[in-house]
Design a protein around this ligand. Structure first.
Ligand SMILES: *[C@@H]1O[C@H](CO)[C@@H](O)[C@H](O)[C@H]1NC(C)=O
Ligand SMILES: *[C@@H]1O[C@H](CO)[C@@H](O)[C@H](O)[C@H]1NC(C)=O
Ligand SMILES: *[C@@H]1O[C@H](CO)[C@@H](O)[C@H](O)[C@H]1NC(C)=O
Ligand SMILES: *[C@@H]1O[C@H](CO)[C@@H](O)[C@H](O)[C@H]1NC(C)=O
Ligand SMILES: *[C@@H]1O[C@H](CO)[C@@H](O)[C@H](O)[C@H]1NC(C)=O
Length: 585
């Protein structure tokens, strides 16, 4: 137990407040065991990485650093040669095959001295807030990118001519699309040249989900029911539900955030809860009711907890959307934390699109007036069902756009933004629970094992500059390795994967790191190779190889499910591997 509890190489973690917090959690779990919980304890889930690699031992690692700091936004398209990176006061176009190559292009874009002075006069921090932090960097059309920066507390946006990599026009007003500060929760998507953003833009304003075009621009509603309650946004995604729809359904945009809860639960009450909200892409707002407001906004709660220990991971820190073979197979991977701020702990839960959709088809919540508690609405629900998209059936009835929806329906939407059913994780519990680690961002990919099964492989960045590579096996995560990316602890601000480039890109305040998706040569014996349970790696008979590079898979040895068998007849490598197993598990 000791082994899985204390990080082996970071004695600093055992000091002070963190140590106390860890002890407290340990005591909690011991008490729980003593109280006789017979099933899987959180300690089973609290996985230790099998291998630890310090930054000095990283192989194939490439770095990009410059005079700029606070790298956070990254853009890499499937067939693109370039990785675009936004930092503080600059945007870079890096060679995606090798980000350390000297061919990097840049656009310097810092706020003027005058603007910075204005920012300081507003009482903002001259060390963090009074700079131009690039918060949005995405494709606009086939020739241009679009970016927004906080611009010393006066956001601006600009187009980038991709080929020349220069700003193609004077920056334009960004207040309605970009937050004012570098740390404010924010998410943005550009779809068909329309910009969808969600944030608490200005310090004084309410959080809002907006679309700037086509006219009319749409927003969320604040009265009589406030649709968003101090929401802190972490992500958004388009799901093309029109593609495999039999009833002419619309595409949807999902938004992920943590907000102040308004519902009272019978068993416990929490001040904040994790949410998913969605809107229909074709929404045009209402005619009289909900004019210039979404007519399709619905939200519900995402739960990620270990109820038997009363651990409720209510803070959604990051989301990764895993697109499946069809839109219906979409999975949402979330990194969650506890509300208790001074305790380090993370949980990973995944949710299936179909269960999210199910919640949106279920009962609504209602509050009689702003002061009273929310409870499930049991009255009559008007037709067509409030909050649904315009479908073939509605078009046949002459309702071909949201402005033709009846007032009665829109009035219901206005007062019932919250669904009653919460969404449980697809696995009914976290895939992973870890004390002493705060994950900040993640990305995932699917790798086919030698056994022909499809495995989800996750790359999770920590607040101290480490990257954990893990594989989901039967509803649990096995951490294959932990890699120290930065010598000085600093938070990972973004993680991006490219299977084409077989690379994972990780950004932080000081720079960007590019690593190969796997490093199978690290394992020098057959046992070492299969104990790793890395779907990328298999024993060829002579060495541990990357399965992607092998045309003939049938002779490869791999045991992702158990990390145990296959090497019996290979005749060597036993000693060293058993030693490894004892040390690490
Ligand atoms: C920006 O980077 C500096 C130094 O690397 C760090 O101290 C600061 O917290 C970062 N600010 C933000 C907003 O990330
Ligand atoms: C990017 O780097 C790769 C590998 O170093 C190199 O072959 C390629 O020519 C570079 N591309 C550009 C556009 O510089
Ligand atoms: C910020 O302001 C402080 C005090 O006003 C000053 O000493 C410091 O040099 C300023 N820092 C920057 C980065 O401008
Ligand atoms: C893309 O958008 C930019 C900025 O609005 C515009 O100047 C450019 O002509 C557009 N490109 C195409 C191919 O439409
Ligand atoms: C909706 O239907 C009306 C009348 O049938 C038509 O005039 C209008 O162009 C249609 N609007 C859309 C967005 O399809």
């Amino acid at each position: 137990m000791k082994e899985s509890f204390y990080p082996k190489r970071r004695p600093a973690e055992m000091r002070g407040a963190r140590f106390m917090a860890a002890m407290l959690l340990l005591l909690t779990s011991l008490c729980a065991v003593a109280n006789g919980f017979p099933f899987r304890t959180p300690l089973d889930l609290d996985v230790t990485p099998r291998v630890t690699v310090l930054s000095s031992g990283l192989k194939g690692c490439r770095r990009f650093e410059s005079s700029a700091v606070n790298y956070s936004t990254m853009l890499l398209e499937a067939d693109s040669e370039r990785l675009y990176v936004g930092a503080r006061g600059a945007v870079f176009a890096l060679n995606a095959s090798d980000i350390s190559a000297s061919s990097a292009l840049s656009i310097e874009w810092e706020a003027s001295t005058e603007q910075k002075l204005q920012c300081v006069l507003k009482g903002k921090d001259n060390k963090t807030e009074c700079f131009n932090h690039i918060r949005l960097l995405q494709r606009f059309n086939s020739t241009h990118l679009y970016m927004c920066g906080t611009h010393a507390y006066m956001p601006l946006c600009a187009y980038i001519d991709e080929k020349k990599f220069v700003m193609s026009s004077q920056p334009e007003e960004g207040k309605d699309k970009c937050p004012y500060g570098p740390m404010t929760g924010y998410t943005a998507l550009i779809l068909d040249q329309q910009i969808y953003t969600a944030s608490r833009y200005d310090f004084w304003s309410f959080p809002d989900i907006r679309r700037n075009a086509p006219s009319p621009a749409l927003k969320t509603e604040n009265a009589p029911t406030r649709w968003l309650n101090e929401a802190d946004f972490v992500g958004s995604a388009l799901v093309r539900e029109s593609l495999d729809s039999s009833n002419g359904d619309d595409d949807k945009i999902y938004f992920f955030f943590t907000e102040k809860s308004h519902e009272q639960s019978t068993t416990y009450s929490h001040s904040r809860v994790a949410r998913v909200a969605r809107i229909c892409k074709g929404d045009r707002g209402g005619h009289l009711t909900l004019q210039k407001r979404w007519t399709s906004f619905l939200k519900t709660r995402l739960t990620c907890s270990l109820p038997e220990y009363d651990f409720h991971f209510n803070m959604l820190r990051s989301i990764f959307v895993m697109h499946g073979l069809t839109p219906q197979d979409t999975l949402f991977y979330g990194i969650f934390g506890l509300e208790w701020k001074n305790v380090k702990a993370s949980a990973v839960c995944r949710f299936s699109l179909s269960e999210v959709q199910e919640a949106f088809r279920g009962p609504y919540m209602e509050s009689q007036d702003s002061g009273s508690a929310w409870k499930e609405y049991v009255g009559k629900i008007p037709e067509p069902r409030p909050g649904t998209c315009i479908t073939g059936k509605l078009r046949a009835k002459g309702m071909n756009v949201s402005t033709s929806l009846p007032d009665e329906v829109l009035d219901f939407v206005r007062r019932h933004p919250l669904m009653s059913h919460q969404v449980q994780p697809a696995d009914r519990r976290p895939l992973l629970f870890r004390r002493t680690t705060d994950y900040t961002h993640m990305a995932a990919t699917v790798v086919q094992g030698v056994d022909e099964q499809m495995y989800h492989v996750l790359y999770m960045g920590t607040d101290e500059g480490w990257l954990h590579k893990a594989v989901a096996i039967k509803g649990q995560l096995h951490i294959i390795e932990e890699l120290q990316l930065f010598e000085e602890p600093e938070p990972v601000t973004n993680v991006l994967l490219s299977t084409e480039r077989t690379s994972v890109y990780v950004s932080s305040p000081s720079g960007v790191v590019q690593l190969p998706l796997s490093n199978c040569e690290r394992y020098t014996s057959c046992y070492d190779c299969i104990f790793s349970r890395d779907p990328h790696c298999a024993w060829s008979g002579a060495e541990c190889v990357d399965v992607m590079t092998q045309s003939k898979r049938s002779s490869l040895i791999q045991d992702i499910q158990h990390g145990r068998t296959g090497c019996e007849n290979t005749g060597y490598g036993m000693q060293k591997s058993y030693l490894m197993l004892i040390l690490k598990s």
